[in-house]
Design a protein around this ligand. Structure first.
Ligand code: IMP
Length: 201
C-alpha cells in the first residue's frame, strides 16, 4: 500500500521507508507523490498533536493515506527540552541547522555532571487514511548526552546521543543498527502491532 510521508526531512523519509518496507507499506516522499512544498505549522504542545496535524494535512491535500513522524530529544536535566522544539531549538521559530542546535544543547548542559546527562529520543508516528481512520504509536530510545559530537552518520542530535547499552553514538552506529533500536523503529513496530490487531480483529 502506498503511503505518503508528511515529513520533508530526507533522513526521516529514508528511515520510515526502510523500516516500514518490512511490513508491506510503501512510503513515498511528498515530492515523489507530486505534492508541492507547503509548510505545516508545528504549534502543538505534544509530539502526538504535531504528528496528527502533519499526517492529516498531507492526507487532506492528496486524498491518499499519509504517515507522519513527530520526534525530538527530551533531556532530563533540561526538564524535557528541547522536546517538541527540537528542530527549532537554537532559534525560536525557524528551523535551525543541526550544528546550531547541537551547539546550544552542549552550552546549556555544560555544568551538568555525567551521571545526570540522561535523556531519550521520542517519536510519535501517525498513519491516517482518507476515510478518517487514525493509528498512532509512540516509541522512545533511552540514552545519554555526550560532551562533544562523535560520528558522521545520521542527522540532528545523533552525534551527541549514545543509546543505553552501546558505547557508540547514533552517528557512529550504522543506519541498520540505528534502525533496530531507534525511537522511530519502536514507534513503527508499535504501529505495526496496532495495524495487525485491527486487521485480525
Ligand atoms: P520534527 O520534524 O519536528 O519531528 O523535528 C524533529 C527534530 O528532532 C529533528 O530536526 C532533529 O533535530 C530531532 N530528531 C528527531 N529524530 C532524530 C534522530 O533520529 N536523530 C537525531 N535527531 C533527531
Amino acid at each position: 500500500m502506498i503511503v505518503v510521508a508528511a515529513t520533508q526531512n530526507a533522513h526521516k523519509v529514508k528511515e520510515l521507508t526502510e523500516i516500514t518496507g518490512a511490513f508491506g507499506l510503501n512510503v513515498i516522499s511528498r515530492a515523489e507523490a507530486g505534492i508541492p512544498d507547503f509548510d505545516i505549522e508545528e504549534d502543538g504542545a505534544t509530539f502526538e498533536e504535531n504528528s496528527l496535524k502533519k499526517a492529516r494535512a498531507v492526507m487532506e491535500y492528496c486524498g491518499a493515506a499519509a504517515i507522519a513522524d513527530d520526534s525530538g530529544l527530551a533531556v532530563d536535566a533540561l526538564g524535557g527540552a528541547p522536546g517538541v522544539m527540537s528542530a527549532r531549538f537554537a532559534g525560536s521559530h525557524r528551523e535551525c541547522s543541526d550544528a546550531e542546535n547541537n551547539k546550544k544543547l552542549l552550552t546549556l548542559m555544560d555544568d551538568i555532571p555525567d551521571e545526570d546527562r540522561t535523556g531519550r529520543f521520542v517519536s510519535v508516528v501517525t498513519l491516517i487514511f482518507p476515510d478518517g481512520r487514525v493509528f498512532a504509536a509512540r516509541g522512545e530510545c533511552e540514552g545519554r548526552i555526550g560532551r562533544e559530537g562523535r560520528g558522521v552518520g545520521g542527522f540532528g542530535y545523533d552525534p551527541l546521543f549514545t543509546p543505553d547499552g552501546f558505547d557508540k553514538t547514533f552517528a557512529e552506529l550504522s543506519q541498520t543498527e540505528k534502525n533496530e533500536i531507534s525511537h522511530r523503529a519502536k514507534a513503527l513496530s508499535a504501529l505495526k502491532e496496532l495495524l495487525s490487531d485491527f486487521v485480525s480483529g
